[in-house]
Design a binder for this molecule. Sequence first.
Ligand code: ADP
Ligand code: MG
Length: 368
Amino acid sequence: MKGKILIVDDDANMRESVNDNLEVEGYETAQASSAAEAVAQVKRTQFDVILMDYNLTDGTGIDAIQKIRALNSESQILMITAHANLDTALKAIQESVDDFLTKPVNFDHLKRAIAKSLEKMRLKQDLKSANDKNLRLSAMKSKFMSMASHDLSNSLMTLQVSFEMLAQSIKPDDEQVKKMRYISSGIGQISRLIEDLVDWASIEQGKFRLETNLFDAGSLVEETAVGPAARATVRGLTLKTELQPGLPTIAADKKRLSQVLNNLLENAIRHTPKGGTVTMSAEKAVDNGVECVRFAVRDTGDGIAPEEVGKLFQSFYQGESASGGGRLGLGLSISREIVDSHGGRIWVESAGLGQGAAFLFTVPVGKA
Ligand SMILES: Nc1ncnc2c1ncn2[C@@H]1O[C@H](COP(=O)(O)OP(=O)(O)O)[C@@H](O)[C@H]1O
Ligand SMILES: [Mg+2]
């Protein structure tokens, strides 16, 4: 079937001749001689195209169209008007009508207009069903990731605890100690990956929550520096902290902000060659008129090409130089979510490749 068409016109001759022409083309047709009859038909049947005469005995086609649109937004409506009415008709219903034709009707024009409308309607339907499918797939993906990462997280916890108990109960020789260190660092790496996945899944599902506490911005920096400072030393780098005196107490999620700083430090350490310096700092700032603390992690390392700057914060994005290493490219996107949920802002500054990079973020002081 080519399509269902309703012909609305108070002139019976006109209706019949349009009807005959369309039937020959293989369309299924129906007729209505008034606005009321048209509305009644639309209530019963889903038409693909409605041909609407402008002048009807019981009102204008415009009233009929408004009533039809209230019932159904999918049918294509083609308005047929006399030249004299064109302007008024156009103004009144431009939005709810799909095309205009003028009288006397040229059948070739009419057929082309109908074919075009049908094509438009089918494209719209395809697009809608593709969209629906995408939404469903995306919801399934988040749900699956969330379930899988929680299961993995539980199994890993069991593995970790069993391994620690085993380690305490045996007296390993040197070779065994070496192997146990591999196992332990492997477990550590996998748990960091899984933590990122769990965070990402909860962000995707809109379940990411902050726990606010009151703390001193300086202590956050000092405490977060401990682990990374040791790693920096091992890699032949210097990790410095710079704190402006008199930093305020802030009301924020300390664990989450520490996670952001850890992410930035981990990246900086990885992207800075031996002999370089990573500096973590905190200072007071005003951003968009709001009192904030501005944190920064600067390095003297690889730097970032201008064309990459806009992509770093996307989920799963990893730069060209990122060579496996069991990472996922989620660190910065999770960091951005954490900073955004605090009402702050995170961004990167770099003069280009080889010029080092600085990641900065603000956290509003809040009602501390
Ligand atoms: N300090 C930095 N210097 C140069 N490039 C960086 C730096 N920090 C991040 N990047 C780039 O941003 C990408 C995304 O970082 P991130 O989201 O933390 O993912 P991952 O660390 O898993 O690669 C990295 O792969 C890297 O290309
Ligand atoms: Mg990272």
